[in-house]
Structures are given as structure tokens and as C-alpha cells.
Design a binder for this molecule. Structure first.
Ligand code: GDP
Length: 499
């Protein structure tokens, strides 16, 4: 199958040669979605989860969806779906010949008012996996083909109902693990990112058109003073793109979580603290030093922030082989982490093991938690600050008590301050959460920088068009224009079955 293809600068030249390249005739320049060769076969898949549940949904989409459904669906009133209006619900049975397979409700959505824009029939059946699979088998037996993962959404994209960034947001929404991920994907699905990208692209295209027209018709269209004007326009567009790009750092952390490692000497209270934050007894808590032998991974949600927490073995010099493996691993995790939480038992004095840990953390973002604040204090914030003094990254020291559950709020606020410059805005702002989009934005920005450079270097105007076109195409890839079939296939192959 061929995905969306577009012409590039070659197409402009072609139009120019045909004499169509006059300023104001933007349609001649307009690089649209190009052709897309569609699969016309009718596909079907189970759209709900692969476990027993109350109901399951089997989705059929394509030119023959209604015909296939009519071969197996017997409506109570005896009417065929082909006679029914779009967006109607029908009660009846699914049969293979004379054999009744299940009692179902069927939803009929005629093209183009459906998810894929094709004729679509959804069968709501009883949710047992056996009966659901049996219905799918029957649908396939009577004329549909099994759908590939993500094929329904791929059709919605290839049929032009949504662009590629919206299609990607469907998968993000399904995989959302927290409120931020849900909000940002639903925002992207609504087309808010696409609109901003389209507006910026239109502005770029307008300038390309102007330059090409002026070069074609220098007698009537002057380029005098134009470079300075273009410089200002490109500058403004770059600011808008930079803003989008800047959102990607927060976006990634909010969507995927902050990789966090808890370190500290045995018995400092790491496991207890993790349990306090998690609100349940996950790690084994004991007062025999060195119990947490391997690492323990947990995902926790703190006021919308996702922490991927790794509890490590207590770091100390040890002869115990099993424990040593855990200690070495802890050091490796620290090096990869976005954040290290260093738990200190404030009721005991610091020793050479603490010195070793602090040495290990010198180049990392650290929150030192002085735990056991309910007991008499032997290690103070001042002491920690003195020893951690030359930490180049952010370092905060807080008093907490895992036992009394105190200090956790300050801990959350500190994380917000460290990673999100204060309050996290989860509202209408566009946030880039997709690495593909981030790369495309970076390319577009560098294209615009080259335009500015060419202007400063007083290069001929056609140089501007080439780099403007590069920026235009890079942004187009976010929407799914100028992208290769392989990439489209790869994106949709990551979708779940039936979506
Ligand atoms: P880890 O080895 O660092 O994971 O330490 P644990 O979480 O297993 O805790 C070691 C001991 O310290 C246990 O007996 C805990 O009950 C105790 N403990 C942990 N946090 C606190 C605290 O805030 N106050 C007091 N008094 N005891 C604590």
C-alpha cells in the first residue's frame, strides 16, 4: 500500500515552467496530500480487550461491511442493514447458516460518517473470548479480511479524516498512564497541534510563492527590501516553533515519567519511604541491614507527575556476592536516572558509606531526604549541604518521616520546581510529546536559521526558497505529508489490534 506522497520543490519548478507560477495563484503551489492508493477490501477485528468481559465489540469496515454483516446478522424485525439509515442501532442474532452464535446489538455507520470514513458495522456481543473470536471467525468466513494492528486508524489517516499527528495521538490516548498524557493526547487529537503547524506552513508557503513569483516576473514584483521583511517573518515563525520545541522536554517527562532512583545506606528507610509514597506495602521492610537485595521498580503518580521509581539495594561496601550485584546495579541506575532520591537516616551520624554515596551523586539532580525526622536528629541539613556543596546540579535537602508520613508534600513541590519550573500547566497549551515531531521541529527550525543566514550573507533569493521548502516539508512530516510508506507502516504497526 502506498501512503501519502507529496511533490517537493521539483513540483514548483514544474509549475513555473508551465507558466503557472504567479504570486497570488497559491493553489498552483499548494502541495497537497498527493495520491493515496487505498485498500478497498473490507476488514474486521475485535476492537475490545483480549480477556473475558461484559461485552466485546467486533468492528467491520470497508465497502462491503454492510453486505458482510447482512450475511450473518438477523435483525429482530427481519429488515436488512442495507435498508437501514446510518447511525442506527439494531438488535438481533449472529448466525452461521442455521446456527445461532450470539445475541447481539449492531451499530451501523455509513460512509463517510465513521471512524475510517468507510461503511462501518460494529457488533456488540457477549464478552466471552470464545464467543467473540467465533463471531470474528464468522465475519471473516462471510467475506471480511482480518485487519492489521492499527488498520482502522490508518484508513482514517489515508482517507484524510485525520492527519498523522492525530493518528499518533489516538495511540497515545490508549497508552496514557496519567492525566497529563490523556489531556495532551486528546488535545492533539482535536487538531490543535495540526492547526498551529498548518498555519506556520501556510506562512512559509506564502513566502516561497512570493519569491518564486518575483523571480519569474521581476518587472512587476520587486524584491527590494524583501530580505529584511523575510528576516522578520522567519524570526517570528522560529519563535513559534521554538515554543513548541521547548514544550517537548516537559512533555516527555510528563508523559513517560521521571526516571528516579532511590539510594541510601541499608536501614535509612528507603523501602519504608517508597511504601509511604505508594501507599501500600510493596517493598520488603525489615530492620536487618541489606534486605533489599535487588532493585524494585514502581510507577507512582504524584499530583500529575509520573515517577518511574527504582529502589536500589543499600549502597555500602559488602562482601556478600548477591548484595554486591545489587549495589553495582544501583550505581548503574544512578548514572541513567533523571533524579536521585538519597535517603539518609537523620537519627544516625554520617559515615564513610555516606561519603561514598555523596561522591557518586555529585553530578546528578538530587533530593536528599533526611528521614526519621520523628527521632532525635544526628545529621542535619547543614551538614549535608556542606558535604554536597559542589554539586553542579540542583540539590534539595528535606526533612521527612516515612513512619509519620510527614514532609511528602514538600517533596512533591520540590520535584515540580526541579523539573517543571514550578506549576505544571496541563490545560490548553500544546505540548510536544512525540520524538518524531520533535525531530521534525528541530529540522524546520534549522531550515529557517539557514534562511536567516542566507539573508545575512546577502545570498541570492532562490537560496531562501530552498531552505524555506526544507522547513515546510519537515513540518509536513508531522502531519503525514512527504513521509515514506515504511514510516507510516511502522507507526501503525505499534497500534493495538482493532484500533
Ligand atoms: P531500607 O533498608 O533503607 O529500605 O530501610 P527500611 O525501609 O527497611 O527501614 C529500616 C528500618 O527503619 C525499619 O525498621 C523501619 O520501620 C524504620 N524506619 C523507616 N522510616 C522510619 C521513620 O521515618 N522513622 C522511624 N522512627 N523509623 C523508620
Amino acid at each position: 500500500m502506498s501512503a501519502v506522497k507529496t511533490a517537493s520543490i521539483g513540483r514548483i519548478t514544474e509549475n513555473k515552467q508551465n507558466g503557472n507560477c504567479l504570486f497570488g495563484q497559491l493553489p498552483f503551489f499548494f502541495i497537497g496530500k498527493g495520491f493515496c492508493e487505498m485498500k478497498t477490501e473490507t476488514i474486521a477485528a475485535i476492537a475490545t480487550g483480549m480477556t473475558n468481559s461484559g461485552i466485546s465489540v467486533i468492528r467491520i469496515s470497508g465497502k462491503e461491511a454492510i453486505l458482510v454483516a447482512d450475511r450473518i446478522f438477523h435483525a429482530k424485525g427481519g429488515r436488512k442493514l442495507a435498508e437501514e439509515k446510518t447511525h442506527t442501532i439494531h438488535y438481533g442474532t449472529i448466525c452461521d447458516g442455521d446456527e445461532v452464535i450470539d445475541e447481539v446489538i449492531v451499530l451501523l455507520m455509513r460512509a463517510p460518517r465513521s471512524y475510517t470514513t468507510e461503511d462501518t458495522v460494529e457488533i456488540d456481543c457477549h464478552g466471552g473470548m470464545y464467543v467473540t473470536k467465533k463471531i470474528l471467525e464468522t465475519v471473516i468466513k462471510y467475506g471480511a479480511s482480518p485487519a492489521q494492528p492499527g488498520e482502522f486508524t490508518k484508513r482514517a489517516f489515508l482517507n484524510g479524516r485525520i492527519d498523522l499527528s492525530q493518528a499518533e495521538s489516538v495511540m497515545d490516548l490508549i497508552q496514557a498512564k496519567n492525566e497529563f498524557a490523556r489531556k495532551s493526547s486528546i488535545c492533539q487529537l482535536s487538531g490543535i497541534l495540526s492547526r498551529e503547524i498548518k498555519n506556520i506552513r501556510e506562512a512559509i508557503l506564502h513566502e516561497i510563492a512570493f519569491i518564486e513569483s518575483a523571480l519569474d516576473d521581476p518587472e512587476h514584483i520587486s524584491l527590494e527590501d524583501y530580505p529584511q521583511k523575510l528576516h522578520n517573518i522567519v524570526d517570528n515563525l522560529s519563535i513559534r516553533l521554538d515554543k513548541l520545541l521547548a514544550s517537548s522536554d516537559n512533555g516527555k517527562l510528563l508523559k513517560e515519567g521521571i526516571s528516579t532512583v532511590i539510594v541510601g545506606k541499608p536501614n535509612a528507610g528507603k523501602s519504608s519511604l517508597l511504601n509511604t509514597i505508594l501507599g501500600e506495602e510493596r517493598a520488603i521492610v525489615t530492620d536487618i541491614a541489606g534486605t533489599t537485595r535487588d532493585v524494585l521498580e514502581e510507577q507512582i503518580q504524584l499530583d500529575g507527575i509520573l515517577l518511574n521509581i527504582i529502589d536500589t539495594a543499600g549502597i555500602r561496601k559488602t562482601e556478600d556476592i548477591v548484595e554486591k550485584i545489587g549495589v553495582d546495579k544501583a550505581k548503574q541506575y544512578v548514572d541513567k536516572a533523571d533524579l536521585v532520591i538519597y535517603v539518609v537516616d537523620s537519627s544516625t551520624a554520617l559515615d564513610e558509606n555516606d561519603e561514598e554515596i555523596m561522591e557518586l551523586l555529585r553530578e546528578h539532580k538530587v533530593i536528599v531526604l533526611l528521614n526519621k525526622s520523628d527521632l532525635e536528629t544526628l545529621t542535619t541539613e547543614r551538614e549535608i549541604r556542606l558535604r554536597m556543596g559542589d554539586n553542579k546540579q540542583f540539590c534539595a535537602v528535606l526533612s521527612v518521616s516515612a513512619k509519620c508520613r510527614t514532609g511528602i508534600e514538600d517533596f512533591v513541590k520540590t520535584i515540580q520546581k526541579m523539573f517543571f519550573q514550578g506549576e505544571i500547566n496541563m490545560n490548553e497549551e500544546i505540548t510536544i510529546t512525540n520524538i518524531r515531531h520533535k525531530t521534525a521541529l528541530q529540522e524546520a527550525i534549522s531550515g529557517l536559521k539557514l534562511v536567516e543566514q542566507s539573508i545575512c550573507d546577502r545570498m541570492p533569493e532562490d537560496f531562501y526558497s530552498i531552505d524555506l521548502m526544507h522547513a515546510y516539508e519537515s513540518l509536513g512530516s508531522i502531519l503525514g505529508e512527504s513521509v515514506e510508506d515504511d514510516l507510516v507502516n511502522e507507526i501503525f504497526s505499534k497500534f493495538c489490534m482493532g484500533k
